[in-house]
Design a protein. Structure first.
Lengths: 408, 138
């Protein structure tokens, strides 16, 4: 089969809707268009039933005992906002301290920054060179004022998967609410809110082959019952935690996508991990001084993040972007010149943080695509190194750290 | 981010990539930027010591596509100019030619710095040599 270009390998940003998901959604736009909160007629009952089935499918995927523990939102960002702000407001009398990590996605970090401006104290726990949070380091910063621990399950750049169960156990022991940002993990690796002791869990539909515009927040109802101050006032939908009409077609799509993930995850994870390893080998066997970022085992099966010494990430993407959709961990497109804060948090040299490339495989990725991307990546990096003054200096035996750089 | 056609062209077909041996007579080398900032440019000029005309120029750049294009363009513009004319190249000329967006202006600034550094290095090394010869010392 001929290779179709461009190839999509940026599945940490979004995924295509599975055709089966789209099919499940379609009737809910035109025929079954009722409002799920309309209690007095069949249109409403039909919509409510569909939303509840979707809730059940998502509950099944994350191990929630009761589908009512799932609250529909507009996506991962809203779920995270509702979880963090909702706990902060509701538990404020108990304390004002929140613990999170330095590698959270922007939504998590930005909500924490806002809460800091409102008088909360936030501790950002560092991660090790492999991207893992040490639960004991986390334990060490807890105080009697700590009301919330918020940790992402799988990182969106390096794919490192945290030991949520260990952190959940710690949170339970201390009676602290535990929120997990699982937007990248749900549908990709096993998630079990009971086994992991998770009280709040944020996830989004479009990372698991569902539509954009819908997400969910798991809110534990028992042991303990977690209460949240709502951000949206209105009709009291979603157990009063998220007023606003549930977008039925999107929720149905999310449910259908979750159900497919639950069924295919073991086989799909194996296949994607195989392709990921194939891509990793193709690149690392041909390029010297290329480094894997993140934990070599505890990671998402479809995620690969590599730093190429002596070349800058954006220039690598520029060489590939007509053929392959990829993302650089580096935030060089911003005016700040700051490299990726996630890669920097691993303690790697900052020039390597400027050189990271993230590959994201997905359900529809093929071996041909992987081979093509591997080959092209090697070609582009090799070409850029030929024009890199750093590579030249390194080959001459100069230690780059001994040079006094004249920065702007 | 979309790149201008000229940036893409310089990225795909960079002019004058390479290096001169640093102690070749008439060669001036500028090395600017820093790896931790994500941009390092090495720009070299080869000046005819008799006429003061830049006969050749080469670059190597670690950085984004706009940084590569800025330094590639700089080498094109340097060739054939005298040392004094070369000093007049401004980063805004590079911005206009390559249609760099605001977030990439620092690439042109770095290219101007690289030109200035190469010229300064040339003057320091080879003007002294000339002066030395004139005074009879070595």
């Amino acid at each position: 089969m001929a290779l179709k270009l461009p190839i999509f390998m940026d599945s940490q940003s979004t995924t295509p809707v599975d055709p089966r998901v789209l099919e499940a959604m379609l009737p809910y736009f035109t025929e079954k268009f009722g409002h799920p909160a309309s209690r007095n007629h069949p249109f409403g009952w039909e919509a409510e039933g569909a939303v509840d089935r979707a809730r059940g499918a998502i509950a099944g995927l994350v191990g929630a005992r009761d589908p009512k523990e799932l609250v529909f939102t507009s996506g991962g960002t809203e779920s995270i906002n509702l979880a963090l702000k909702g706990v902060a407001e509701m538990y404020r009398e108990k304390g004002n301290h929140i613990v999170t990590t330095v590698i959270e996605q922007r939504a998590g970090l930005d909500v924490c920054k806002r809460l800091e401006r409102q008088g909360f104290e936030v501790t950002y726990v560092p991660v090790g060179a492999d991207g893992l949070v040490d639960p004991e380091a986390l334990r060490a910063v807890l105080t009697d004022k700590t009301i919330l621990i918020s940790v992402m399950l799988a990182n969106n750049e390096i794919g490192t998967v945290q030991d949520a169960a260990a952190i959940g156990k710690l949170a339970k022991e201390k009676g602290i609410v535990f929120h997990v940002d699982a937007t990248q993990a749900v549908g990709k690796v096993p998630v079990d809110v009971e086994a992991m002791g998770i009280d709040l869990l944020s996830c989004t539909s479009h990372m698991l082959y569902g539509p954009k515009g819908v997400g969910a927040l798991y809110v534990r109802r028992k042991n303990p019952r977690v209460r949240l101050a709502p951000m949206m006032d209105g009709g009291g939908h979603e157990r009063g935690m998220r007023s606003g009409t549930v977008p039925v077609p999107l929720a149905v799509g999310f449910g259908a996508a979750a159900e497919i993930c639950r069924q295919v995850m073991p086989e799909e994870s194996r296949r994607l991990a195989g392709l990921r390893d194939r891509l990793q080998d193709a690149i690392l066997s041909k390029v010297d001084e290329a480094y894997l970022n993140g934990h070599p085992e505890r990671r998402l099966p479809h995620n690969l993040n590599i730093s190429f010494a002596y070349v800058e990430g954006e220039s690598v993407l520029m060489g590939l972007n007509k053929e392959v959709a990829l993302s650089s961990g580096s935030a060089c497109t911003s005016a700040t010149l700051e490299p990726s804060y996630v890669i920097s948090a691993l303690g790697v040299d900052s020039e390597l943080a400027h050189s990271s490339i993230r590959f994201g495989l997905h359900r529809f990725s093929t071996e041909e695509e992987v081979d093509f991307v591997g080959r092209r990546t090697v070609e582009v990096v090799t070409r850029l190194r030929e024009m890199s003054p750093l590579y030249e200096l390194a080959r001459e035996g100069v230690d780059l750290k001994t040079i006094k750089w004249k920065a702007e | 981010m979309a790149y201008s056609d000229k940036v893409v062209d310089h990225y795909n077909n960079p002019r004058n990539v390479g290096s001169f041996t640093k102690d070749t007579p008439g060669v001036g080398t500028g090395l600017v930027g820093a790896p931790e900032c994500g941009d390092v440019m090495k720009l070299q000029i080869k000046v005819n010591v008799e006429t003061g005309v830049i006969e050749d120029a080469k670059f190597k750049t670690f950085g984004c596509g706009s940084a590569i294009a800025s330094s590639s363009l700089a080498t094109e513009w340097l060739k054939g100019r005298t040392v004094d004319e070369a000093a007049k190249i401004k980063n805004t000329d590079i911005v206009n030619e390559l249609k760099l967006p605001p977030v990439k202006i620092h690439c042109s600034v770095l290219a101007e710095d690289a030109i200035k550094a190469a010229l300064a290095d040339y003057k320091e090394k080879w003007s002294q040599a000339e002066a030395g010869r004139e005074s009879g010392a070595s």
